[in-house]
Ligand binder design. Structure first.
Ligand code: TYM
Length: 345
């Protein structure tokens, strides 16, 4: 039998490989999130068994307004669907709807070490300059490991900033398996070669981020076309006027070229050739048009979903399916570790 890369053979049964990824509902999603993650989610839904979660437990590691958080959680799930996910093919659910996530996170916190968590660069970045940070922010990567390991995940599509967390997940899975017997599958991160790290429009040495105080540093997926045009027009550029890809010497224009290339489907060479001798102005205004046009159907589908209320039903079904799988894994974990399960939840 010839197996595709999305399948694996188990005895005489062929099963689809699993994909898991998560997105925090901690702000408006931007084109970095879109190119690095959610815009790619739908690519896997045909061949793989997919689980995509709105990870609200991760969001509360920093202060959140409860009303806003609840709204953003539903809005983020709506964006998953608006970006092309079909709830009949992929399981879409909210992390806090499924108690297995916090439960496994605790067990894995007793496997992870203080030293390895202290080496997480995202924690160091987020904690820098703060007088006080929550213990949850420190153990955040362990909750992420729990998300992934509960579903026997094979592949984790993420942006580059999550690579270290997936590597920690692999280490924890291997350590647990060695200590308690094989329980978890060891997952692989899947980071796009282009678009895995989209940079800020106002400071190309920093990644585009939901938490940047300057909203002009990012294009949000739901920004209207005029806003997209204004932000790209204002985006910093490098000296000179040539549209050439050189991340070392021209980080700002190289970032814009990457965005252009990914939204238009043209190679970086084609983009360079198309703008030879034309300067930054024409390039930026065409870029704004391409991005706005590509995001238009996503915006439209999002509005329709938010007004129909159908997301609630999708999330309820998603939580039921996710729990069915994760609770079986949790039973196995408790058994292996020596914890009691007197209630059959
Ligand atoms: P989050 O919510 O910060 O980001 C969601 C996804 O977007 C990617 N991303 C980017 N990609 C390219 N360029 C950028 N500038 C950029 N900024 C963000 C992120 O890499 C991510 O894929 N810890 C995760 C959420 C999470 C998770 C998981 C992911 C929790 N559990 C399990 C995968 C599997 C996070 O904070 O992503």
């Amino acid at each position: 039998m010839v197996l595709s890369s999305a399948q694996t053979e188990l005895g005489d049964k062929t099963i689809r490989k699993r994909v898991f990824s998560g997105v925090q509902p901690s702000g408006s999603l931007h084109i970095g999130n879109y190119l690095g993650a959610i815009g790619r989610f739908a690519l896997f839904q045909e061949g793989y068994d997919c689980f995509y979660s709105v990870v609200d437990l991760h969001a509360i590691t920093v202060p959140q307004d409860p009303v806003e958080l609840r709204k953003r959680t539903v809005a983020t799930a709506a964006l998953f669907v608006a970006a092309g996910l079909d709830p009949a093919k992929a399981c879409i659910f909210v992390q806090s709807d499924n108690p297995s996530h916090s439960e496994l996170a605790w067990v894995l916190q007793c496997v992870a070490t203080f030293g390895e968590l202290g080496r997480m660069t995202q924690f160091k970045d987020k904690a820098r300059g703060k007088k006080s940070v929550t213990a949850g922010l420190f153990t955040y990567p362990v909750l992420m490991a729990a998300d992934i390991l509960l579903y026997d995940t094979d592949v984790v599509p993420v942006g580059e900033d999550q690579k270290q967390h997936v590597e920690l997940t692999r280490d924890l899975a291997e350590r647990f398996n060695k200590r308690f017997g094989v329980t978890f599958k060891v997952p692989e991160p899947l980071i796009p070669t282009q678009g895995g790290r989209i940079m800020s429009l106002t400071n190309p040495s920093r990644k585009m981020s939901k938490s940047d105080e300057d909203p002009d540093s990012r294009i949000e997926v739901l920004d209207p076309p005029e806003e997209i045009a204004r932000k790209f027009k204002k985006a910093v550029t490098d000296s000179g006027r040539e549209v050439v890809y050189d991340p070392e010497k021209k980080p700002a224009i190289s970032n814009l070229m990457t965005i252009y290339s990914l939204f238009s489907g043209k190679s970086l060479e084609e983009v360079r050739d198309a703008y030879e001798g034309k300067g930054y102005g024409v390039f930026k205004s065409d870029l704004a048009e391409i991005v706005a046009e590509k995001l238009r159907p996503v915006r439209e589908k999002y509005s329709q979903l938010m007004s129909s209320g159908e997301i609630e039903d999708i999330l309820k079904k998603g939580a039921e399916r996710a729990y069915e799988i994760s609770s079986a894994k949790m039973r196995e974990v408790k058994e292996k570790v020596g914890l009691c399960s007197r209630l059959r939840l």
